[in-house]
Design a protein around this ligand. Sequence first.
Ligand code: ADP
Ligand code: MG
Length: 382
Amino acid sequence: MSAAGLFVQSYSHDPEGVFSAPGRVNLIGEHTDYTGGLVLPFAIDARAWMAAARNDDSVVRVVSAQRPGAVKTVALEDIYPDSPAVRSWAGYLFGAIWALRQAGHQVSGFDLALDSQVPTGAGLSSSAAVECVTALVVSNLSGITLAPLEIARLSQQAENDFVGVPCGPMDQTASAASRAGSVLLFDSRAGTVENIPFNPSADDLAVLVIDTKVTHSLADGEYARRRASCERATTVLGIRTLRDLSLDELPAALDKLDDDVLRRRVRHVVTENDRVVQTVELLRAGRISAIGDLMVASHRSLQHDYEVSCPELDQAVDSALSAGAVGARMTGGGFGGSVIALIPTELVETVMSGVNADFAMRGFTTAVPRIVAPADGARRDE
Ligand code: ADP
Ligand code: MG
């Protein structure tokens, strides 16, 4: 059922509008967005749709096609972090409304119906899609025009301060500000974005996202530890973010750190920022297949220096490369989730059967492939 269909079924009247926001995948620039770095994600053609209308009851009602059950109704005044009235999946929606009101926007009650094609927990940011579509729906129908970066900022605030997940700004920025046919260069230090044309099919290439179907319980704690390591390094080095360290300055900076683990963490972030710059230069020069080596270097850095990979991700990368992928790397936070691979279109089947033959040999769960293409960010559809 569509979001509009679910809306009519749940509330017995028509919605005022239907909006959508996409999931995302990151081409390169991993674990850099929380220390001022550069990232290069794009929105994918799987979206969270939301049908909505204002109400005069000072309550927010929500329902999701992916969460069978009754409509949840919460009074506007009961929407705050840790509110006993707001639990579970609905926190992503209520959190976006809370963030809007925190920013001083006047918002009435709303009836909302969500229907998302973005799979959850596959590293494609279903949570950012839900937050961004909610922030856009509620602001737009309230007559408030927010720039994509403001939608992203409020959505990140919802995830950080309402849901309680300490993510960086990349996911929400990609979902809000991407454009079809391009990747999004996001400079998280400057807070600026640029759409860089990216059309792999013109070069007979496809982008394949390989979902390993694994989540390791390590992920949350290790993510927090990586962030803490970056902060410790900036303190020792007397800089604000690791972005403030150029590749030329890296050797001298590493000499100042007396801990080998910390040195490798810093080396990942600084070299990864440089790989994003190089990737953008190659894309601008129309040399898409040349980015493959940078993707592989990114993976090795995440595997050995940043230590956020896992056996399934490493195997998927190695198998994809030996079956003919031009480049492959883990994408997203790591410890499970997905690999992104750039593949000659005629080899897509070969790569996937190669990955799954190797997975079967190692006793891993069958991986799930998904071809993705760069899509538009959050928008009004009807
Ligand atoms: P992801 O990597 O997909 O963003 P997260 O754990 O960050 O994984 O977010 C997934 C959560 O977002 C789900 O557990 C659920 O609470 C919420 N969510 C995402 N899509 C939907 C949906 N269609 N309906 C209800 N909740 C959703
Ligand atoms: Mg998420």
